[in-house]
Design a protein around this ligand. Structure first.
Ligand code: 2RA
Length: 339
């Protein structure tokens, strides 16, 4: 007799992926409620051989819901997350609304499951749990096993982020623009203010007074919270690249204790949710396409950082499916921990 589950934002890219992941993992739900905005309410969706009518999200949507997976943007989460939690629902929220709130666990199940200890479904108590930002999840899936061995003191991250991170409409715009450019037409720029196809640009998140954009500061702040370590130094540069659905990240790590590349490779081979693709002879390393629609994060280019003395630095290159491990899969794994 599994939990009753609701999906908020079911018509979005992540909302749709929630359904795929629940099905792929045989998540033992008792009932399923599909919620979205007024615009999508009334639509029929077929899922696991049953027809569902998408319902309009309202304050009464959560009366009989044990677990709600939210991915409908920050303002919807801010309004309806606390209402749901108040009613005894455990909310797993994919937006940034509560990530940095004290008392809200920010969880990657392979990294810090202990942060949500004591939160259980059917305990009668609702709660908010936050899914980290996609670039943080993908980075920490690879960096954490190494951190556990040698203690990361400083991390420098450069991201190459896919269209999916900006939603289904951005993915459509990338496809449309690619066609338009090839046909010699002016590219349609609705989602981003500049040409995306055959181009790349600094991440579209707002730029803050310190010169970093919000996406970059998420990597800084979320890493500290997830590792429960306010001293770790993190800096990041986030770039949007014309790739459909998987992010890539170059990560430079500086350790407190020495860690050689062979040991690092072995640690990563044994890390859950991680695959190593690191064939120097064949020049074969992770690519966004290889990890698209896959659960595991791929790591390669594992090498000693020549700019650091001794074995105190490593460079790695990480790729992960943004919609899956970067969002829906991570949320469903959190829901599994609640059972
Ligand atoms: C991105 N922050 O821009 C998003 C996804 N959560 O890729």
């Amino acid at each position: 007799d599994g939990p009753s589950v609701a999906i908020v934002g079911v018509t979005g890219a992540v909302g749709q992926e929630f359904l795929s992941v629940l099905s792929d993992r045989d998540f033992p739900y008792r009932s399923l409620k599909l919620l979205a905005s007024k615009r999508s309410a009334g639509k029929t969706l077929t899922y696991e051989n049953r027809n569902y009518t998408v319902e309009e999200l309202s304050e009464n949507s959560f009366d009989d819901v044990d677990i709600a997976l939210f991915s409908a943007g920050g303002s919807i989460s801010k309004k309806f997350g606390p209402i749901a939690a108040e009613k005894g629902t455990i909310v797993v929220d994919n937006s940034s609304a509560f990530r940095m709130d004290e008392g809200v666990p920010l969880v990657i199940p392979e990294v810090n499951p202990e942060a949500m200890e004591g939160i259980k479904v059917k305990s009668g108590k609702g709660a908010l749990i936050a899914n980290p930002n996609c670039s943080t999840i993908i980075c920490l899936m690879a960096a954490t096993p190494l951190h556990r061995r040698a203690n990361v003191m400083r991390m420098v991250v450069s991201t190459y982020q896919a269209a999916s991170g900006a939603g289904a409409a951005a993915m459509e715009e990338l496809e449309l623009q690619t066609r338009e450019v090839l046909e010699g037409k002016e590219p349609t720029c609705n989602i981003f203010k500049q040409q995306y196809a055959f181009n790349l640009f600094s991440h579209n998140a707002p730029v803050l007074p310190n010169g970093y954009n919000e996406e970059e500061m998420k990597l800084v702040k979320e890493t500290r919270k997830i590792w429960n370590n306010m001293n770790v130094k993190v800096t990041a540069t986030c770039i949007r690249v014309p790739v459909m659905r998987a992010h890539a990240e170059s990560v430079n790590l500086q350790f407190e204790s020495p860690l050689d590349e062979d040991t690092a490779r072995e640690i990563l081979r044994n890390a859950p949710g991680v695959v190593v693709i690191d064939d120097r002879a064949a020049n074969s390393f992770p690519t966004p396409l290889q990890v698209s629609n896959k659960d595991d994060v791929a790591v390669g280019r594992i090498r000693q950082d020549v700019s650091q003395d001794g074995n105190y630095g490593l460079d790695i290159f990480v790729c992960g499916d943004q919609i899956r491990k970067g969002a829906a899969l991570n949320a469903v794994q959190i829901a599994e921990l609640l059972l």
